[in-house]
Design a protein around this ligand. Structure first.
Ligand SMILES: Nc1ncnc2c1ncn2[C@@H]1O[C@H](COP(=O)(O)OP(=O)(O)O)[C@@H](O)[C@H]1O
Ligand SMILES: [Mg+2]
Length: 487
C-alpha cells in the first residue's frame, strides 16, 4: 500500500468512527426524552444510524452462515473454500475493523483469553525494592518450561491513600520495555515477556543468581579477600561486550553500576536495569533537556558533573572504569557525597564528587581537555586546589600490579570524553590478551562458591498494591542502590 493510500484509509475509518459516535450520542439523547426536540436533519441521521445497525446485524448473520457452511461443506481443503461458499469474501471483514461496534467485544474476548501473572508463575519470594517497584523471583507454571526461573519486575501504579490511581505508564517502564524487547545480546538481561494487569506492569526477565554488588560484598566481608584476576578480567570483558553492543545500537545505558550488573549461575554477565537508558541517534533536543540528572553519583562522568548538555556514550565508559576500580579495590574509587536539589529543583554542582575525582586523577587542564572551559561549571572547578595525577599511586596502594590493567583503567578514566576509550576498542586492549585469559564462565577456576541471592519467601504477594515495608538486601535507603532520577 502506498503511504497516501494508507492515510486515506485511516482518515476514512476515523471519519466513519466519529460519524457513528455522533449518531450514537444523538440516539441516546433521543432515548433520554430529548427526541421530541430533534430537527428533521437529526431524525434523518437517526434513521440512517438504525439502518446502519441493521445492515451490520445482517452482515454478521450472513458471515456466521457462511462460516458454518464452510465448516460443514465437503470441500476437501477448508483453507480454500469454493466460490459459492466464499460469497462474502469481498465484503468488509467486521472482526478486523476497529469501529465502535466491534472494538469492545474484541477487547473483552482478548482480555478473557489473557492469563494473569499468577496463572503463569509461582512466586518464590521477594528480591529487592527499587526505584519504580519491586522485583520478585518466580517459577514458570508452564510444564514445558518447568525449570524456568525468572525475575519479575513490577512497576506499581501510583497509590494515594487507599485509592490506586492510574497515571499512565512511567517513563522508566516504557523505556525499559521498548528497548529490552528489541535488544538481543548474551550480556544484556533478556526480557521474556511483559504482562499488563490491574494497572500494573510486570516485566519478566531471565533470572540472574548474582550481581556485582553482592560479589564485591562477599570479597570484602567479613575479611578482605581480593577477587581472582581471571574473574575480574572476565567480568570486565563481558561488561564491555554488552556496553559495546548497546552503543553500536545507539543505546546509552546511563546507569551502569555494580548493582545493575548481574551474573547468572553459569557465570555469564548480564547488564540489567535499562530504566534510564535511551536511544541517542537523532536527539531532537539536548539529552540534558530530557533528563537533568543521570548516572548514580559515584559513577557519574566529569562532563556530567560539569553540567555538559550534550554528552556521548563516553559517560558509560567512565562508569565502566569506576566498576573496574571497584572490583580491584572492593570499594568505590570516587565515593563522594551528593548535594541535594533545592526546593526549586535546581541541579546543584556536585563539588564533593568532583573533588574526589580530582584528588586521584589530578586537576583537569584545558591543555589536555580543550573543551573544558565551555562547560557551565568550569568557573566552580577553577576554585579547586591543584592536584597531580595520583592514579598510579592509588593502583599500587590497593595491591594491584598488572601494568596493562592500570593502562586500561586510565584510558577509561580519561577526563576528555572525546579521548576516552570506546567499549569496542577496550575489548581489544592488551590487558585482555595476556594471561590469565578471559573465560566465558567468570567463575572458572574458582575454589569457592558465591552465596545465592537472598530471597524473602514470606513476601510473595506480587499482586498486592500496598507498598511493603519489608526490604531485601537492596533498598531505596541504601546509597549503593538508590538512584536519583530527577527532572
Ligand atoms: N533478572 C534479574 N535476576 C535477579 N535479580 C534481579 C534481576 N533484575 C533485577 N534484579 C534485582 O533487583 C534489583 C532492582 O532491579 P533493577 O532492574 O535494577 O530495578 P531498579 O530500576 O528498581 O533499580 C537489582 O539490583 C537486582 O538485585
Ligand atoms: Mg537498579
Amino acid at each position: 500500500m502506498y503511504p497516501n493510500q494508507s492515510r486515506q484509509h485511516q482518515n476514512t475509518t476515523q471519519l466513519q468512527r466519529e460519524y457513528l459516535l455522533r449518531l450514537q450520542q444523538q440516539q441516546q439523547s433521543q432515548q433520554n426524552g430529548t427526541g421530541a426536540l430533534m430537527s428533521a436533519q437529526q431524525r434523518k441521521q437517526s434513521a440512517q444510524f438504525q439502518h446502519l445497525q441493521q445492515l451490520q446485524q445482517q452482515q454478521q448473520q450472513q458471515l456466521n452462515l457462511s462460516n458454518s457452511s464452510n465448516l460443514s461443506s465437503s470441500n476437501p481443503n477448508p483453507n480454500y473454500p469454493n466460490q459459492q461458499q466464499n460469497m462474502y469474501q469481498n465484503r468488509p471483514a467486521l472482526m478486523a475493523s476497529n469501529n465502535c461496534f466491534t472494538l469492545l467485544p474484541y477487547k473483552t474476548r482478548k482480555d478473557a483469553l489473557r492469563k494473569s501473572v499468577l496463572q503463569k508463575y509461582d512466586i518464590v519470594g521477594y528480591i529487592a525494592s527499587g526505584t519504580y517497584g519491586r522485583v520478585y523471583k518466580a517459577k514458570s507454571k508452564n510444564p514445558k518450561n518447568s525449570s524456568g526461573i525468572f525475575a519479575i519486575k513490577k512497576f506499581k501504579a501510583d497509590k494515594e491513600g487507599e485509592v490506586v490511581y492510574y497515571t499512565g505508564i512511567s517513563q522508566s517502564a516504557s523505556r525499559e520495555m521498548a528497548l529490552c524487547r528489541e535488544l538481543n545480546n548474551n550480556n544484556i538481561t533478556k526480557l521474556t515477556e511483559t504482562i499488563l494487569e490491574n494497572k500494573c506492569i510486570y516485566m519478566v526477565f531471565e533470572y540472574a543468581e548474582h550481581d556485582l554488588l553482592q560479589i564485591i560484598h562477599f570479597h570484602s566481608h567479613p575479611d578482605t579477600k581480593s577477587i581472582p584476576e581471571q574473574t575480574v578480567k572476565s567480568i570486565m570483558w563481558q561488561v564491555l561486550n554488552g556496553v559495546s553492543y548497546l552503543h553500536q545500537n545507539w543505546v546509552l545505558h546511563r546507569d551502569l553500576k555494580p548493582a545493575n550488573i548481574m551474573v547468572t549461575s553459569e557465570g555469564v554477565v548480564k547488564i540489567g536495569d535499562l530504566g534510564l537508558a535511551r536511544k541517542f541517534n537523532n536527539p531532537l533536543q539536548s539529552l540534558y533537556n530530557g533528563d537533568k540528572v543521570v548516572v548514580t553519583i559515584w559513577y557519574r562522568a566529569p562532563e556530567l558533573l560539569l553540567g555538559g548538555r550534550h554528552y556521548t556514550p563516553a559517560i558509560d565508559l567512565w562508569a565502566v572504569g569506576c566498576i573496574l576500580a571497584e572490583l580491584l579495590a572492593l570499594r568505590p574509587i570516587f565515593k563522594g557525597e551528593e548535594a541535594k536539589m533545592d526546593n526549586k529543583k535546581n541541579v546543584p554542582f556536585q563539588k564533593n564528587q568532583m573533588q574526589k575525582i580530582v584528588e586521584i586523577l589530578g586537576t583537569p587542564s584545558k591543555e589536555k581537555w580543550p573543551s573544558l572551559p565551555k562547560y557551565p561549571e568550569y568557573p566552580s572547578l577553577q576554585q579547586f586546589k591543584q592536584f597531580p595525577n595520583n592514579l598510579q599511586a592509588w593502583y599500587q596502594s590497593i595491591g594491584a600490579q598488572k601494568k596493562k590493567g592500570l593502562q586500561l583503567l586510565s584510558s577509561l578514566l580519561e577526563y576528555d570524553p572525546g579521548k576516552r576509550m570506546t567499549a569496542f576498542d577496550a575489548l581489544l586492549h592488551p590487558y585482555f590478551l595476556e594471561t590469565p585469559l578471559v573465560s566465558q564462565n567468570i567463575f572458572e577456576g574458582q575454589q569457592f562458591k558465591y552465596p545465592l541471592r537472598r530471597i524473602q519467601t514470606d513476601d510473595s504477594d506480587i499482586t498486592s498494591s500496598a507498598p511493603s515495608n519489608k526490604r531485601g538486601l537492596n533498598n531505596d535507603h541504601d546509597p549503593l542502590h538508590s538512584r536519583k532520577r530527577q527532572k
